[in-house]
Write a protein that binds this ligand. Structure first.
Ligand code: NAD
Length: 479
């Protein structure tokens, strides 16, 4: 498959003609050649987006909404081929890929509705001689840069509010998994947006990503990815005071009290620890269990983990887990397991690749359960982004809150309890953008998703996300 980039309504090669290969992690075969863009491509895309902006910003909200609904319908119609590409390049089982593509279409539908509700206010200013209006206007050209673990849905989280607000966009899918995202963007373009409203460039973050961030015509950068890249983007964007929203790494705790629904807690804990091979920003990284149910929890957690099936998610769409994106992820997982073991953790399950001739690449790994982990171990403080979880006991609510807040991250936290007062204490005491009690639904389309502390800046999802793409203007009229 030979992919193309999108500039000013035309699918084309990069101006330098260079390409890079995308590999299927399940069997190490090359599935596509993708343009490796350069600064000239970024400049062309930025100019196209800049020229398209004034007219797009002036379109009636219902026209923007109707194009966005058409884009969502195109995506829904292409659900299967896009999902297959996503599984091929990223490794997630086909069922998970279908869910991601479907969610992306739903996200566009949601923000299409929100386009109709963007309003302002008339503020009382203490005089009848003047009227003060507060209106919102789109910020201009936006860069949308996404990570490889959810390459489609996390672009939709940015494109949706940007287009609804009246901004034009330059999208940069991740270089490890750009193929399905380009097909997703093709569905959007095919809905009939004016040329230049949606542009798509592929290539490395160091070259293409940075050039988007530094381009003077780009007024806002919406980014999801690693903390280091987020800080680099913020520093570069500050040179001409661009707006940034940053969704960065996490280190999610899950707390289980003795009064919780035990079966539900342990089943959800396994699911959220290992789904997508732990390659999720809000995967459960560490579990704290009330002391008196600790050993029983460990036993049941391991029993359920053993039932998870692993395999090529295209050959067998029903497997629970596919391969990791690449071997670097496995190396980091092994490093964290060895570090914990050397400091006294018990390895209750996993710690090695699965056995069998069906595993055609070295990117497979067995989900790994560590017990008696402490905050001196990397697995309890650094994002592994792999299939390993550390489990430790706690004594009371204060202890649980202290442990939950013991990392630099603050993205999503989970807890299971049957007590209303414990729920309230946790919800108020935990420092993260999302706190889920008795569930592991890390993000909800209608509610804001934001990282606290080192997990980010600004927010995505919900009606509030639109404000990230708008600037406020005060108009004082005296007659
Ligand atoms: P990454 O930071 O390496 O790359 C993310 C994207 O940014 C890619 O498209 C990359 O090409 C680009 N990029 C990299 N460096 C850049 C730079 N200096 N300037 C501009 N663009 C640059 O992250 P990744 O490895 O693709 O994704 C994994 C990370 O993303 C993890 O830390 C994970 O927690 C985080 N993540 C966060 C969320 C969230 O919502 N908070 C969701 C998913 C993933």
């Amino acid at each position: 498959m030979n992919c193309k980039i999108l500039i000013n309504g035309k699918w084309q090669q990069s101006s330098g003609g260079e390409t890079f290969e995308v590999v299927n992690p399940a069997n190490d075969t090359v599935i596509a050649n993708v343009p490796s863009c350069n600064e000239q491509d970024v400049d062309l895309a930025a100019k196209a987006a800049y020229d398209a902006f004034p007219e797009w910003a002036q379109t009636e909200p219902k026209e923007r909404a109707s194009l966005m609904h058409a884009a969502a319908a195109n995506i829904a119609a292409q659900l299967e081929p896009i999902s297959i590409l996503l599984t091929k390049e990223m490794g997630k089982p086909l069922g998970d890929a279908r869910k991601e593509v479907k969610d992306a279409a739903t996200t566009l539908d949601f923000f299409a509705q929100e386009a109709l509700r963007i309003g302002g206010e008339i503020v009382p200013i203490g005089t009848s001689q003047a009227t003060s209006l507060v209106v919102k206007e789109p910020v201009g050209v936006c860069g949308a840069i996404g990570p490889w673990n959810y390459p489609i849905s996390l672009l939709a989280w940015k494109i949706g509010p940007a287009l609804a607000a009246g901004c034009t966009v330059i999208c940069k899918p991740p270089s490890d998994t750009p193929v399905a995202a380009l097909e997703f963007l093709r569905c959007i373009e095919d809905a009939g947006f004016p040329p230049g409203v949606v542009n798509a460039l592929t290539g490395s973050g160091a070259r293409v990503g940075r050039a988007i961030v530094e381009h003077p015509l780009v007024r806002k950068v919406a980014f999801t990815g690693s903390g280091d890249a987020g800080k680099d983007i913020m520093a570069r964007a500050s040179k001409n005071l661009k707006r940034v929203s940053l969704e960065l790494g996490g280190h999610s705790p899950l707390i289980v009290f003795a009064d919780a629904d035990f079966d539900r807690a342990v089943t959800d804990a396994v699911k959220r620890s290992f789904r997508n091979m732990g390659q999720i920003c809000n995967a459960v990284n560490r579990i704290y269990v009330e002391k008196n149910i600790y050993e029983g929890f460990l036993e049941r957690f391991v029993e359920i983990t053993k039932t998870l099936t692993i395999g090529d998610g295209l050959e067998n769409p029903d497997v629970d887990l596919g391969p990791m994106l690449n071997y670097q992820g496995i190396e980091k997982t092994i490093e964290h397991i060895e570090d914990a073991y050397s400091k006294g953790a018990r390895i209750l399950y996993g710690g090695h690749p699965p056995e069998g001739s069906q595993f055609k690449s070295k990117n497979y790994f067995t989900p790994t359960v560590l017990a008696d982990t402490t905050s001196e171990m990397k697995v309890m403080t650094e994002e592994t982004f792999g299939p390993v979880v550390g489990i430790a006991p706690f004594t009371d609510v204060e202890d649980a809150i202290r442990l939950a807040n013991s990392t630099e991250f603050g993205l999503v936290s989970y807890a299971y309890t049957g007590s209303l007062s414990t729920s309230r204490a946790l919800a108020c005491g935990i420092k993260s953008g999302t706190v889920c009690i008795n569930n592991v639904v890390g993000s909800t389309l209608e509610a804001p998703y934001s990282g606290w502390k080192s997990s980010g800046l600004g927010l995505e999802l919900s009606r509030h996300a639109i404000d990230e793409y708008m600037q406020v203007k005060h108009i004082r009229i005296e007659v």
